[in-house]
Design a protein around this ligand. Structure first.
Ligand code: GLN
Length: 536
């Protein structure tokens, strides 16, 4: 097996995750089997308990691991399906080491950063390798920036790792920034030189340097970086700002043939990539014939990253229907305060995403009512499904004060409530209903049609509350359709309102299962119905 380690220098937010994912795309197109992995130096065990303000979206995997949103890019840009072995934080490393120490596994040794912590990091790479033995290349991205105190142990572990598996089996890629100093009209290479020097201080000589730049990388700068950073000039690669969409990133990195360079460094025989399909997908994104405006009613709409996978899934589904999806971000609290006039008249569909806590809830319920009463296509995800249920209970079933016990402990009609196994849980970390769950699709429903009448679906979850089974009959009698229930417990998974152009809401998170050429059926159905409704 071969290993690629992607580090970052100069500043954060350089698009290191997209670079890693794009290299994955390109290598897959060379018919290599890849896997991606992210190491995050922070002390949280996982991002599950972090605020979206801190971290953006929490991306959930099949096995229920709560991970960084970069894993979303990895899964969307490649064919891989990731697991807990593809994500590691310092918090997790220390938790494991200390647990082992308490068990006495270290047999009386003094437990130290080196070798015990670095060993634990190296083990994680090996575990990922062992999990999928047919992988050709594992790409590991290290969060943070070279020079950060907290990232040091990870880099030290990588240095040791490369020594152990053989330097010829490892390719170190360093992503840096080439800033333009406007006053001088010059692109500067010094920060790159210095951050590579920092890496070399730790004992890591990068094989390839990826330079993020708003402009092009001219030959002088390429040679300069090569000389000062001790790499061949060919191995200095430009990674320009893409014009339209992040899905252009692999195409941009291909211009300098990064996939060939990586293959050469690792001594891999591989095919020249055929990127036509990817290119077609990008073109469909850039030049669509239609346009729909989707209103997203959420609490964190001002944040770029809080609903990342939802935005990507909408875009991907749009491409499948030759439609540009314009995202109209609507603040749920504003709807709460100002009523439905805070919802633009120009929107064609409404999506309510997942969420936690009471803030903005009444605004979301109002938005769901507005969609239902005005025949505006509605798509609810997780909390968005609970909201739709509450709204239907209140305004169609006449259950006054219907609510979720998450927002009102003693709600007169707790149509959404905790299941018994969730009651009494006090630890917030990793204690939700997480990951894949097999559910039965009810035939004859809109959802069954969208899933091509599959008997079962397997979707990822991340929530505590459920539709209260005591109210299911009442809701159904009033016209709500239950289109899917979990196989084991019979929990409600999808609800639909058939008296409507598209009113579908899921308890799970379909946004974690969208790939460029395979949009998720529920997203696809939503965009298709929205477009049809708009053109009607
Ligand atoms: N807060 C709700 C629950 O825990 C919904 C969670 C979500 O939307 N991810 O059930």
């Amino acid at each position: 097996m071969k290993y690629i380690f992607v580090t970052g220098g100069v500043v954060s937010s350089l698009g290191k995750g997209l670079a890693a994912a794009s290299i994955g795309t390109l290598l897959e197109h060379r018919n290599l089997k890849v896997q991606l992995q992210k190491f995050d130096p922070y002390l949280n065990v996982d991002p599950g308990t972090m605020s979206p303000y801190q971290h953006g979206e929490v991306y959930v995997l099949d096995d229920g691991a709560e991970t960084d949103l970069d894993l979303g890019h990895y899964e969307r840009f490649t064919n891989c399906t990731l697991s807990q072995f593809n994500s590691l934080s310092s918090g997790q490393v220390f938790e494991n080491v200390i647990k082992k120490e308490r068990r006495g596994d270290y047999l009386g040794a003094t437990v130290q950063f080196i070798p015990h912590v670095t060993d634990a990091i190296k083990d994680h790479i090996q575990q990922a390798a062992e999990k999928t033995p047919d992988t050709d290349v594992i790409i590991t991205e290290i969060g943070g920036t070279v020079g950060d105190i907290e990232g040091h142990l990870f880099l030290e572990a990588l240095r040791q790792f490369s020594l152990e598996v053989g330097r010829e089996n490892v390719c170190f890629i360093h992503v840096t920034l080439l800033p333009l100093v406007k006053a001088a009209g010059e692109i500067k290479t010094k920060p790159t030189q210095q951050s590579v020097a920092k890496l070399r201080e730790i004992g890591i000589q990068p094989d390839i340097i990826i330079c993020r730049t708003e402009h092009d990388l001219d030959e002088d700068n390429r040679r300069k970086i090569a000389m000062f950073c001790n790499v061949p000039a060919l191995n200095v690669v430009a990674f320009r700002d893409v014009e339209h969409t992040i899905y252009e990133c692999p195409l941009d990195l291909r211009k300098d043939k990064i996939d060939r360079l990586v293959s050469d460094v690792l001594g891999l025989e591989s095919d020249t990539p055929d990127l036509q399909q990817w290119q077609n997908f990008v073109e469909r994104l850039i030049k669509p014939s239609h346009k729909v405006r989707i209103g997203i009613v959420g609490k964190y709409i001002e944040l770029q990253d809080a609903y990342k996978s939802i935005y990507e899934s909408l875009t991907i589904a749009g491409a499948a229907h030759d439609t540009k999806v314009k995202l109209v971000k609507i603040d749920a609290e504003k709807v709460e305060k100002e009523g439905t006039k805070a919802i633009s008249k120009k929107i064609d569909g409404i999506l309510i995403p997942g969420g936690f806590g009471e803030r903005g809830i009444e605004g979301k319920i109002l938005a769901a009512q507005y969609a239902r009463e005005n025949d505006i296509p509605y798509f609810g995800i997780c909390l968005g499904m609970q909201i739709a249920t509450i709204e239907f209970a209140r305004n169609v079933c006449g259950l006054k004060g219907a609510n979720s016990t998450e927002f009102e402990k003693d709600a007169p009609h707790p149509v959404i409530c905790l299941q018994e196994e969730q009651q009494g849980i006090t630890d917030m970390g990793g204690s939700m209903r997480l990951g894949n769950c097999r559910s039965i699709l009810i035939s004859g429903t809109k959802s069954a049609e969208l899933y091509d009448n599959a008997p079962f679906i397997n979707e990822r979850h991340r929530h505590r509350y459920e539709v209260n089974s005591d109210y299911q009959d009442q809701l159904q009698e009033a016209g709500l359709v239950i289109a899917s229930v979990s196989e084991k417990e019979g929990l409600v998974e999808i609800i639909e309102n058939p008296e409507h152009p598209y009113f579908v809401a899921a308890q799970f998170h379909p946004e974690f299962k969208s790939k460029p050429n395979h949009p998720h059926p529920l997203f696809s159905g939503f965009i298709q119905a929205t477009l049809k409704n708009k053109l009607a």
